[in-house]
Ligand binder design. Structure first.
Ligand SMILES: C[S@@+](CC[C@H](N)C(=O)[O-])C[C@H]1O[C@@H](n2cnc3c(N)ncnc32)[C@H](O)[C@@H]1O
Length: 326
């Protein structure tokens, strides 16, 4: 029987079970027989444990989508979970490796629009917004037509706090999205657990137009091109939303170095990330930040805290932190 080696790993499993309100999904229960299989998938996919668990859940729902009307019933107890997990183990293993955890929620675009409204000067007519880790391009769909979504704000599509709906920007946004794998929009809902949120994202997907510029490319390749071009980067905004945690610590540090080079040429970097120990620019502001909460940063300085730390960004408050040493 495979045991988890660290307390951190046990916490990841237990917190994951709690977040889904599944009292049977605990490290102790899984160590009685399933942990070896979970760790095998983690090793095969090269993903973090939390992302592996999230993707296994999505993979199970995807695999049984035609057999069960409500795939949530597959998670009611350990026995049912074990049974459906093991019956399609091979497929689920490949699903996790292929798709990872591209959970994407379109309304995350709102906190970015709100910050852009604060940053973009009144006389600026247009900006270039480059998203790394764009997944299915859902945020980009909003950036391309902000007036459409902001002026006709719909509760059928979003669950953001009313007071946080940003003004329609006074500038045009030329959006470019990049991802290692642009996933099919039809796959996105399987990564969303909450039924109500899933339904609204499904509604969004049926209405949204795919951004014009959405490409499969590694962010480091795109950045190398920007840096080699020697052009000024005024009016260029790079953004990373719930994606840098997918990089190794060395890659995160390399990303920071490249961003600083771009900032020196006039670019601005906007980031939305969860405060875990290995996010260097957030770590440098501890203990001012709440561990496991999400923060919005401008050029590596946290500016907004997401209320309750949730990753659907439905509400946030401003912070006043100006000194960090990342
Ligand atoms: C959780 S999704 C984020 C989706 C979206 N930005 C949002 O906030 O809703 C993270 C994405 O980052 C992508 N990714 C990871 N490493 C990357 C890299 N080196 N270059 C480009 N994309 C990458 C993954 O493929 C995945 O689709």
């Amino acid at each position: 029987m495979e045991q988890l080696k660290t307390i951190d790993q046990r916490n990841v499993v237990n917190t994951f079970g709690k977040s889904k309100k599944l009292d049977w999904f605990t490290a102790e229960n899984l160590e009685r027989g399933l942990m070896g299989d979970i760790l095998e998938i983690q090793k095969f996919s090269g993903r973090e444990l939390r992302a592996t668990l999230q993707s296994i859940f999505a993979g199970i729902q995807y695999e049984y989508r035609d057999e069960y009307k409500n795939t949530k019933n597959l998670f009611t107890d350990l026995h049912t979970f074990q049974d459906c997990f093991m019956r399609r183990f091979g497929n689920i293993k490949y699903f996790v490796r292929e798709y990872g955890f591209p959970k994407t929620i379109p309304q995350r675009a709102f906190i970015f629009l709100s910050q852009l409204n604060e940053l973009v000067k009144k006389d600026m007519k247009s900006i270039r917004l480059v998203e790394f880790g764009a997944a299915a391009g859902l945020l980009g769909s909003i950036f391309e037509y902000p007036e459409h979504y902001l002026q006709k704000f719909s509760r059928d599509l979003f669950w953001v706090n009313e007071s946080k709906i940003p003004q329609t920007p006074h500038f045009e946004i030329n959006y470019e999205g990049y991802d290692l794998h642009i996933i099919k929009t039809s796959l996105v809902p399987y990564f969303i657990w909450n039924d109500d949120h899933r339904e609204r994202v499904e509604n969004f997907i049926t209405l949204a137009r795919r951004p014009r510029h959405l490409k499969e490319e590694d962010l480091f390749k795109v950045l190398a091109r920007e840096i080699n071009s020697n052009e000024l980067l005024d009016g260029v905004f790079f953004m990373t939303s719930f994606m840098l945690y997918q990089l190794s610590l060395e890659q995160k540090q390399e990303f920071l170095r490249l961003m600083q080079k771009c900032q020196a040429r006039g670019a601005t970097w906007l980031d939305l990330s969860r405060h875990h120990h290995d996010i260097p620019w957030l770590k440098s502001f501890s203990p001012g930040l709440v561990y496991n909460h999400n923060y919005f940063s401008v050029n590596g300085i946290p500016q907004k805290e997401i209320i309750e730390g949730s990753d659907d960004c439905k509400n946030w408050k401003d912070l006043d932190l100006s000194v960090g040493n990342y």
